[in-house]
Design a binder for this molecule. Sequence first.
Ligand code: HEM
Length: 491
Amino acid sequence: MSEEWRGPIATMRNGWGGRDFPHPAGRRRLLGDLPQGMDPRTPLQNSMARCRDLGPIFEMRFLNRRIVFVQGAALNAELCDESRFGKTLAPAVSNLRMFVGDGLFTAYTDEPNWALAHDLLRPAFTKPAMVTYHDTMNEVADELIERWERADAPVDVSGDLTRLTLETIGRTSFSHSFGSFEREEQDVFVSSMIRALTHGMRRQAIMMMPWGRWVVGRADRRAQAAQSVVDDMVDGIIADRLAADDNHERDLLGLMLHSAHQDTGARLDPLAVRRNVVTFLVAGHETTSGALSFALWFLATHPQVRSRAQAEVDAVLAGEVGGIPSYAAIARLRYVRRVLDEALRLWPTAPAYARTPLRDTVIGEGAGVGAPITMTTDDWALIHLPLLHRDRSVWGEDVERFDPDRFLPEAVRRRPAHSYKPFGTGERACIGRQFALHEAVLVLARLLHRFDFEADPGYELRITERLTLMPEGFTLTPRLRTPSTVSTIDQ
Ligand code: HEM
């Protein structure tokens, strides 16, 4: 077992000065808060059901391990203060270091490769870069639309949107096509990645079992075998680019291979390039396909929201050549964007981030936690985003109601800072936020323009957890809209 992926968080005591926090009912002396009779594959949803009334900060113990969660907006705002707190790696994230080491997502902020990759790769996420990705995003959306036009049975929404987002990140950032729409079976990259992510999430739980250290070795070997499939594929992409003698920094891969830091001249070494290619392929598609899938679920089950979104799309795309949105048109799709924002409020697809203080400190004054709480550099808290986004003091009593108008500019201005955090916070916030939002609004608009959606009346939303959240078994019947409801489709 290499030190690299064990990670310091495993050694953090998380003692919180001996203070106990509220915990769910039914704690058992040895097992702690392991849920009885609840599905062990859905820890996040279990904690939502059991802990939402426990106040701004609560804890769960699993055997001898304690996890402290923050769900209160005021307390989260404090933990988002970058002068006092920074990112640490939750166990499920630090477990991924066995696959991607100090890649951008899994690096500790003080590791040199974090700052280097962050500085070198930022140009790939500026507005001029987004403009260059726009046509490719439309091309991939065309392929999805063609697939759904041909469909003679309900479509697998999350599966097809995963094809779309993987293809988009592959083509825009690595000039590589996975051919995702050319075959029926799941891409081997996706299945291997899912195995690795699921392993990352469950590894901690396995380790805590009495026989865990024995079992985990076998599970690690299986996950590593899956990872070597990913590594081989990524090495192939890198080798092809190097063999093409193409030294341009025209995409993310070009930047990784050929750019040097403007102050220090430092470059990413080959291992760091591989780790970051894998990081971006994974981070760049899984969360966005989940966000799109949840948005379509809400649209399919809220006809009035869908009609309003379609009216906006029809109006905006009526002025666009062939009904295809230009780059500038995306910013005019304000209601569609609000649909997405609200879907990410209820189901933030990267559902947690971990914070630790830079120096020993005291938190919680005026945050409804009783006496202020001492937090040392040995303590860390996990911000529980689905519960943060349901804090009634911020969002009102009807937190479960899907209402995109919560994101009207005046409503956003009225809300306290840091109450909505689907893309994380501070310098470690999501580097791909604009990419994801541009892609998702574009795709939703294209789908709403072309199709009406009929949800299966017998389906109730089920959610798979594998570090990210994704609707499970969600199918839709897309029906072509008629010319009388859409004026620009066949121009
Ligand atoms: C709806 C889609 C997305 C969501 C909800 C999302 C969410 C997040 C969150 C919450 C974090 C911070 C995690 C933490 O603090 O531990 C993060 C970081 C990150 N995201 Fe995203 N993300 C999305 C799309 C993307 C895309 C499209 C890309 C790349 C093209 C991307 C690349 C990354 C990377 C590399 C980081 C690590 C950044 C750093 O630590 O410097 N994400 N994302």
